[in-house]
Design a protein around this ligand. Structure first.
Ligand code: NAP
Ligand code: GDD
Length: 345
């Protein structure tokens, strides 16, 4: 039986790690592109580690960067993937206001480089584009596949560019290319500067007496928050369908940042109002006030449906933070095992 090969950009990120896990479970050979960094950036993948010298190894990492189109093309030639999942991006909205040019270059033009590499190598692979609800921006909810875009950040603008580039390669060159328009999705693996992870970490640390306060910006913004592990399944389903198409992936419910904080702090027996302080540095020059996705097309055509909503998500994230808190060292504790760290190259 031929083993399917997938290439994932952004494999070291939250979604990349869940998707790699899912595809390995499904029997795929998984190749991931990672950036060279001066410190290890593969922590989210450590549990999937396989010695690349073993004949059973099915996870392989390669150095590459969205700013280097030549490298993307040579990797495609080498790996010959059946499916390409393009998840890499400068994904932080607030940071995109500080670094608009870099965000455009990676999140926007990086998509063109990858699609152009696929087109020029002539590979018959299927392509997934990580599009975002941030593209809807100021357009009121509920948002669905035909809702007009009105992005409110350099990140949102770059994602709109990437969305239309993906559609253009589908229409112009017949590429099997899809946009997954995913609403916010979180997990214990979420980057520590996104608001849900920031709140969950702080709730656990405050409960443990390790800190007193948490500084946040706008508490009134409302998001449709789902669970990342369920959302990567939707990505895979999109690439298994007969026809390439675009899909919204969301829970269909929303809550405010304040509500999410309430869920997290209540779970550990605290009142968020006693601990949250305001810091204007976390405000954005233009905000997205309210996102709620209508994922009925994905339910109808792909059979995808989420089971985890914000309250459960908050609890599972806080539980993970509590479990990860540093334990006081006791003489009887045995020495910790050395963490396996993936190396590439
Ligand atoms: P994430 O945790 O921030 O991961 C981003 C990934 O992109 C990381 O692996 C990062 O590598 C990589 N990357 C960044 N710049 C790169 C470059 N120049 N070259 C190569 N790789 C680069 O993001 P995520 O939450 O997993 O999201 C995955 C994708 O979905 C992103 O495109 C994001 O914009 C989009 N999205 C996310 C959500 C959400 O709620 N999570 C919703 C809609 C869309 P390092 O580890 O080295 O930094
Ligand atoms: N990060 C952060 N930090 N956000 C805060 C803070 C804070 O201290 N205080 C309030 N917020 C508010 C933001 O203003 C925003 O309205 C909301 O919390 C969510 O912020 P983030 O968690 O940073 O996520 P995001 O919605 O801006 O962007 C995420 O979701 C998009 C999909 O809609 C990212 O994952 C994007 O990559 C993704 O495309």
């Amino acid at each position: 039986m031929t083993v399917k090969k997938a290439l994932i950009t952004g494999i070291t990120g939250q979604d990349g790690s869940y998707l790699a896990e899912l595809l390995l479970e499904k029997g795929y050979e998984v190749h991931g592109i990672i950036r060279r960094a001066s410190t290890f950036n593969t922590q989210r993948l450590d549990h999937l580690y396989q010695d690349p010298h073993s004949p059973r190894a099915r996870l392989f990492l390669h150095y590459g960067d969205l700013t280097d189109g030549t490298r993307l093309a040579s990797l495609l030639e080498t790996v010959q993937p059946d499916e390409v999942y393009h998840l890499a991006a400068q994904s932080h909205v607030r940071v995109s206001f500080d670094e608009p040019e870099f965000t455009g270059n990676t999140t926007g033009l990086g998509t063109t480089r990858l699609l152009e590499a696929i087109r020029s190598t002539g590979l018959p692979c299927r392509y997934y584009q990580a599009s975002s609800s941030e593209m809807f921006g100021a357009t009121p909810p509920p948002q669905h596949e035909n809702t007009p875009f009105h992005p409110r950040s350099p990140y949102g603008v770059a994602k709109v560019y990437a969305y239309w580039t993906t559609r253009n390669y589908r229409e112009a060159y017949g590429l099997y290319a899809v946009n997954g328009i995913l609403f916010n999705h979180e997990s214990p693996r979420r980057g520590p500067t996104f608001v849900t992870r920031k709140i969950a970490t702080a709730a656990a640390r405050i409960k443990a007496g390790l800190q007193d306060h948490l500084y946040l910006g706008n508490l009134d913004a409302r998001r449709d928050w789902g669970y990342a592990a369920e959302y990567v399944h939707a990505m895979w389903l999109m690439l298994q369908h007969d026809q390439p198409d675009d899909y919204v992936i969301a829970t269909g419910t929303s809550c405010s940042v304040r509500d999410f904080a309430d869920h997290c702090f209540t779970h550990v027996g605290l009142d968020y109002r006693d601990h949250i302080r305001f810091d204007e540095r976390y405000l954005r020059p233009s905000e997205v006030d309210h996102l709620v996705g209508d994922a009925s097309k994905a339910r109808r055509i792909l059979g995808w449906q989420p089971t985890i909503h914000a309250p459960e998500l908050a609890r599972l994230m806080v539980d993970a933070e509590m479990a990860a808190l540093p334990r006081p060292v006791r003489p009887a504790d045995s020495a910790p095992e050395t963490a396996l760290t993936l190396t590439a190259g």
